[in-house]
Design a protein around this ligand. Structure first.
Ligand SMILES: Cc1cc2nc3c(=O)[nH]c(=O)nc-3n(C[C@H](O)[C@H](O)[C@H](O)COP(=O)(O)OP(=O)(O)OC[C@H]3O[C@@H](n4cnc5c(N)ncnc54)[C@H](O)[C@@H]3O)c2cc1C
Length: 382
């Protein structure tokens, strides 16, 4: 590609969506990706032995209530209609999440009706002495659902997830802990859900398959920008890498929580009967087990295969150089982010976005929505 109208640095869902919109509006786009592959953290690998689609960076389920996002993604892939359900293992028993009639009735050995559940939970939450204003995560959670449910399903899981006692976490982390007064065990409330029938990687390949887009992998834009020919160097840049890396971490690194995945292929047709089981007790060191074949129930050959791939997820402390997964939202990190965001705003021709650029957790649909907004906003003024 000769003339370049825009550079997209980072080929996750945010960058690929931006690239596609710009390309469809007649702009020549050069996409640079640091990793050897496009797709960012939604990337999958197909296991050559079993044909199972393995989610490399943890399970990803597409779900949305945003019309324009749904319309956009379905131009590229069809979804299989998979509906996400999550189970929880506690004290040797298996429960259906989220908190609702199935879990509460099983846990307490009751037969509550939908109309009885809200009062029951309110009574549980009101039991014992409670502070007027919850001072931390634990107090806030107990104020929402009561101590027994908190102790069984939230406390140790949260401790593992964040690597600290929940009493050290801010009360504002949980705005609410919804309890469903129904037997609806669908984990998400969005009725548009699924996994691409042809796999997540096909979504990225098709997004980038446009005559105005060229892609180069194994290129770190932060290094490339100092070596590139001047015509390319001067093109506007849509950057979705870490915002602190952009400025050499000069205000200090923004903190993340990282994850380690231990993958295993087992000689069993089915290990746990579902795609994700949370482990809520302290004596199990991981938080979840993923079993990937369950994401494609429509694939009879994979479902019937005599082996399965599982993956245990271990949250871990993050240090510079580790894979960043969840931003750690504290007053200090918010302050640091504001400094970096102000620096970025001073750089002409630079647009920073995506989960790493904004230092925010976004689901895939929100990432696409923000990319559509960013790209169309930019198109209207450039
Ligand atoms: C454990 C986990 C599970 C999740 N599960 C779900 C789910 O079930 N459903 C859902 O909707 N969402 C889920 N998400 C959210 C989803 O992962 C994000 O919405 C999505 O990955 C955001 O895309 P992105 O493009 O912003 O970032 P990324 O996917 O991180 O892409 C950024 C890309 O930029 C590249 N890059 C970085 N720096 C540079 C550089 N200097 N030069 C060139 N390239 C660079 C990176 O290599 C990467 O490929 C989950 C997130 C996590 C952490």
């Amino acid at each position: 590609m000769g003339q370049v109208d825009a550079i997209v640095a980072g080929a996750g869902i945010w960058g690929c969506t931006v690239a596609r919109v710009l390309a469809e509006n007649g702009r020549k786009v050069l996409v640079l990706e640091k990793r050897p592959h496009v797709g960012g953290n939604v990337r999958c690998e197909t296991d050559p032995e079993t044909g199972i689609e393995v989610h490399t960076y943890g399970s990803h389920i597409f779900h949305t209530h945003i019309d324009r996002v749904w319309d956009f993604v379905r131009r590229f892939v069809e979804f299989n209609g998979y509906q996400h359900k999550v189970l929880a293992r506690h004290a040797g028993k298996t429960y259906f999440l989220p908190l609702g009639l199935a879990l509460v009735n099983q846990f307490y050995g009751l037969d509550l009706k939908p109309s009885e559940l809200p009062d029951f939970i309110a009574a549980e939450a009101g039991r014992g002495t409670r502070p007027c204003v919850p001072a931390n995560f634990e107090e806030q959670a107990i104020a929402f659902i009561g101590k027994p449910l908190y102790d069984a399903f939230i406390r140790e899981y949260t401790r593992k997830q964040w690597g600290t006692d929940p009493r050290n976490l801010g009360a504002d982390i949980i705005k609410r802990l919804p309890v469903r007064a129904s037997y609806d065990i669908n984990y998400y409330s969005d009725y548009r859900q699924g996994i691409p029938l042809t796999g997540y990687n096909s979504l990225f390949d098709r997004l980038l398959d446009h005559p105005n887009i060229s892609v180069e992998c194994n290129v770190d834009w932060l290094e490339w920008r100092h070596q590139a020919p001047s015509t390319k160097h001067q093109a506007p840049v849509f950057y979705s890498g870490p915002i602190d890396a952009l400025f050499g971490y000069k205000f200090g690194p923004l903190p993340w929580r990282s994850l380690r995945f231990e993958r295993e292929c087992l000689p069993l047709a089915d290990f746990q009967g579902t795609s994700v089981v949370n482990y809520t007790d302290a004596d199990v060191p991981f938080t979840r087990i993923h079993e990937f074949k369950h994401y494609h129930p429509e694939n009879a050959a994979v479902m019937a295969a005599p082996s399965t791939i599982i993956c245990c997820e271990y949250p871990q402390t993050w240090k510079l150089g580790d894979e960043p997964y969840y931003p750690v939202d504290t007053p200090e990190s918010r302050e640091r982010l504001a400094l970096y965001t102000a620096e970025a705003a001073k750089v002409p021709g630079l647009v920073v976005g995506g989960r790493l650029g904004e230092y925010r957790y976004y689901d895939i649909d929100r990432s696409i929505d923000r990319a559509l907004e960013t790209a169309s906003g930019w198109m209207s003024t450039n």
